[in-house]
Structure formats: C-alpha cells, structure tokens
Design a protein around this ligand. Structure first.
Ligand SMILES: [Ca+2]
Ligand SMILES: [Ca+2]
Ligand SMILES: [Ca+2]
Ligand SMILES: [Ca+2]
Length: 415
C-alpha cells in the first residue's frame, strides 16, 4: 500500500506540476502558478488582497484575507509541501518555514512585506516529501529523499541575514535513518519521532533532541504497520489512567493506534480503532482538552466519491476509543493535514485550500465551516494539488498555507 500510494502520489503530482507551471526557474518574478489550460487568463494573482465579496483578488475566500503570497519561483523550487513556524522568543518576530522539493525556505513574516531569507538545500536529492517541526529554536527536517536523515537548523541564524535570500547550511545531521515520511516532536519532553522510515517497519524512531545539536537515537517501535503520521503528547486528558504519560497516536494506513511510549525501551499498546470506508488513514490531531481526535483519510474521497470527509473519534477513554461522527465538507477535495487551535480545526484541504472548522460541537460528532481561503483556484477536485499543510499557531493570528503548486500563502482572519 505504501509504495503504490507513493507511486500514485508521485505520478499525480508530477503530472500536475508538468501540466501547468514554469517553476524551478531562478528568476524572482512572481510567476502565475495558477495558469489554466483553457484559454488566456490575464488576471495576475495578487500578492496581498483583502477578502471581499467572496474573493481575495482571484482567490475564493470567506473571512480570511491574503496577507502575503510568494510563488514557488521565488524559492527556485518545483513544488511545495509541509510547513511550520518559529517565533523568536527574544523579539517576538514570526517566521514561516516552508518545505520544498529541493530544500526548506525561511521567511520573515513579521514585516508588512515579508522577506524570503533563504533556503537550506535538501541533504541529498530533491523529493516531493519534506517535513519539518521546531523545538527550542531549532528546525528538524526529514524527507523521503534517499539517505536524507534529519537535518538540524539553528533558527537564531535568521535574526541577521545580510543580502537575503542566502543559502543556509545545516548545523547538525542525524543519520541513523535515511528517508522518513514525517517528523513529530513532543516539545514537553524534547523528543523527536521520525515516522515512515525504513527502520522499525515504518514505526516511530525515538530521538532525544534535548540538546538540539546533538540528537541521540534511543531505538524505535515497530507497530503492526507503517506509521504515516503521528501526534505525541504528554497526556493531560480525561482518562486518568494515563495522566502524565507520553502518548503517541499513530495514523497507520488502515487504523489509528494509541501507544504509551513513556518507556522508550518498552512501549505499551493501549488500543486501536478503525472506521467505515477506510481509504488511507492519514493524519489527525487532538482537541485541546484531549477528549476527541479529529482524523483525516487521504484516499476515501477518491475511493468512495464523497465530499471531503473528516472523522471524529471520542478518546475520552484511551482504552476504548470510538467513532462519533463524520463531517463532509462543501467540496470534493481530499483532506490532508489538520491542526486544532482553540475551538477551531485548521485543515489543509488540497484543492479547496485552507478550511477553518468550528469544533464547538465535536462531542456530538459535528464540525461546521466558519471560514476558508482557497489557494488553488482552478478547481476543487479530488487530486493531490493545492494546500499540503497549514500552520495556525502564530500569536499574531497569521496562518501559513504551503501550497504544492502555488507556493506560500500567509492569510489572516478578517479583523
Ligand atoms: Ca507532517
Ligand atoms: Ca478524506
Ligand atoms: Ca482508560
Ligand atoms: Ca479550489
């Protein structure tokens, strides 16, 4: 499943990229990455635009303004993928971190006109898959590129960059694995977990990053199947059996697994849960009170033909999780990565862009859309184009959308 899924993704993304873009060039004009094939379209996408009457320039929207946009050509990249963010604890300045096929871009978004500071090139080859998280002022970066390992980048280097954009160098490399699909960090414990690597059957690798420039491998855990993505928390939810324990929730292709990984030498399976009409169990996120888990499946729209489906699982008792309901969005797009902040779920919905869903009624299995910004104007079809990831955790309220085809979008709820 894994390999064929990747092959399918690769073919679709390669097709999408080759069909309509002129990316990968080094000129720094803001090329139109959204050109359609059905006739001339002279409308230049805006760099900044308020959301008015349902559009921000050319981008369909509801209640979210376009604060700034940078095309892939700005980054001399062929495709975008994951994203995250860093806030400088000394200055409060906010930086977007965007994964690219050929590296990782760092952008100062604290200015009215954001500045592309530079790129950390891929450790080995280019790849459609890159993933990044942040801990203690360092970025930790993995990729599906063969032999890549985990790059560590000291983010304080972004404070003073002369003549941007520059080419950055990594500050450390952890090479006890090669490729990995995702990286997860528990900021409370200082552990990084690479998942979807070749080691431990694709289960999590335990990497102590408490000293960020000197990561230490502490083994791993092979589960029943490959782990595509995961969240790891220091548990503080309603199930007092696990208070203070380090809990991993793995999205493992055909089910969600809950594992107590407090003891790295002796992880304990707690439970597993699947659901109806499984396509590919992809990624999910706890609500802040850790009562529910909001889950995405990446192939169900393609396999079953329904609109974007988001599943809601009740995790009140980690030993007995159960399905409570599913939410179907307004489009046929596939859902990808989603994150909870407060009582909102921010979803990277591929061709439907960013979707913002209220979780106020999550206990009854209900979500409701309260806003959106569609970074992919061509359509809303079930394809692997558009918004790969969103990062909603900046104090300012700025939200990063990393779009596979369109590059970096910074959006903000209408004031
Ligand atoms: Ca990810
Ligand atoms: Ca889905
Ligand atoms: Ca329990
Ligand atoms: Ca769209």
């Amino acid at each position: 499943m894994k390999k064929s899924f990747y092959l399918l993704l690769f073919v679709l993304i390669a097709f999408a990229c080759s069909s309509d873009d002129n990316s990968g060039t080094t000129d720094d004009t803001t090329d139109d990455q959204q050109t359609t094939d059905d006739g001339p379209d002279p409308v230049e996408p805006p760099t900044k635009a308020p959301c008015e009457n349902g559009v921000a320039g050319i981008y369909p929207c509801n209640d979210y303004d376009l604060f700034y946009r940078m095309a892939l050509s700005t980054f001399a990249a062929g495709s975008g993928n994951d994203s995250w963010g860093w806030t400088d604890p000394n200055t409060g300045k906010e930086y977007a971190i965007m994964g690219l096929d050929n590296g990782t871009a760092f952008i100062d978004i604290s200015l009215e006109t954001p500045v592309y500071l530079g790129k950390l090139p891929t450790e080995t080859t280019a790849s459609s898959w890159r993933d990044v998280k942040v801990y203690n002022n360092h970025a930790f970066i993995v990729s599906e590129a063969g032999g890549h390992g985990m790059q560590v980048f000291d983010l304080t280097k972004l404070r003073d960059v002369d003549n941007p954009p520059v080419t950055f160098s990594r500050d450390a490399l952890f090479s006890e694995f090669g490729s990995a699909h995702n990286i997860v960090i528990n900021e409370d414990t200082g552990y990084a977990y690479a998942v979807g690597a070749d080691n431990f059957s694709g289960g999590p690798l335990f990497i102590n990053i408490q000293d960020p420039l000197n990561p230490v491998g502490e083994g791993g855990y092979a589960m029943d199947s490959y782990s595509h993505d995961a969240q790891v928390v220091t548990y503080n939810g309603p199930d007092t059996d696990y208070t203070g324990r380090e809990i991993l929730i793995g999205s493992n292709e055909n089910e969600v697994v809950i594992v107590d990984i407090t003891d790295k030498n002796n992880p304990q399976n707690i439970s597993t849960i699947s659901y109806g009409q499984v396509g590919y169990t992809h990624q999910g996120w706890f609500t802040e009170d850790q009562t529910h888990f909001i889950l995405g499946d990446e192939l169900d729209e393609l396999d079953f033909g329904f609109n974007s489906r988001t599943l809601i699982l009740n995790f009140t008792d980690l030993d007995n999780p159960f399905f409570v309901g599913d939410y179907f969005g307004p489009t046929t797009a596939i859902d990808h990565n989603g994150y909870v902040k407060g009582d909102l779920f921010y979803l990277a919905n591929y061709t439907a862009g960013l979707r913002v869903l209220s979780t106020s009624d999550v206990a009854t299995g209900t979500l409701s859309e309260v806003g959106f910004f569609d970074s992919f104007v061509d359509n809303d079809v079930a394809s692997f184009d558009g918004a790969w990831n969103v990062y909603p955790y900046f104090e300012s309220g700025k939200i990063v959308i990393s779009d596979i085809n369109g590059g970096l979008f910074i959006v903000q709820k209408k004031q």
